[in-house]
Design a protein around this ligand. Structure first.
Ligand code: RB5
Length: 140
């Protein structure tokens, strides 16, 4: 899969961890930045990753900021984006199976790299269940 990824200054270290996990899983990564610890505005990165997913250039995306909250709020403003902030594995699995999430948001100041790597593995390997869940998504 082609996966778009973006972060703000609070998420760089975790982004590098996540990129390594994605490559290990055999995915192609489109890294939209940022790439330094200079302060940046997370909505810009939420927008660029969301656009790639919305336009079909990437099949899904991952956004990382300090809490994951700002990224998820900004991404969910874009029509067609279903961004899920997941800080544990159950939510990661369910956000794919029930909500067909197309962007995973992570909080780099909330979870450590080991848990984040497992969340990414879970999210990337879980599949949408369809059926009644599709009907509910169609109601958004
Ligand atoms: C940046 O300091 C911080 O506000 C940002 O990374 C994020 O946590 C916002 O939701």
């Amino acid at each position: 899969m082609k996966v778009a990824i973006g972060c703000d200054h609070g998420g760089i270290d975790l982004k590098n961890t996540v990129v390594a996990v994605l490559i290990e899983l055999g995915h192609v990564v489109d890294d939209q930045g940022c790439n330094s610890t200079d302060s940046v505005d997370y909505p810009n990165f939420a927008r660029s990753v969301s656009s790639l997913v919305k336009d079909g250039e990437c099949e899904c995306g991952i956004l990382i900021c300090g809490t994951g909250i700002g990224m998820s709020m900004a991404a969910n403003r874009i029509p067609g984006i279903r961004a899920a902030l997941c800080n544990e594995m159950f939510s990661a699995k369910m956000s794919r199976e029930h909500n067909d999430a197309n962007i995973l948001c992570l909080g780099a100041r909330v979870i450590g790299p080991g848990l984040a790597a497992e969340i990414v593995r879970t999210w990337m390997t879980s599949e949408f269940a369809g059926g009644r869940h599709q009907r509910r998504i169609d109601m958004f």
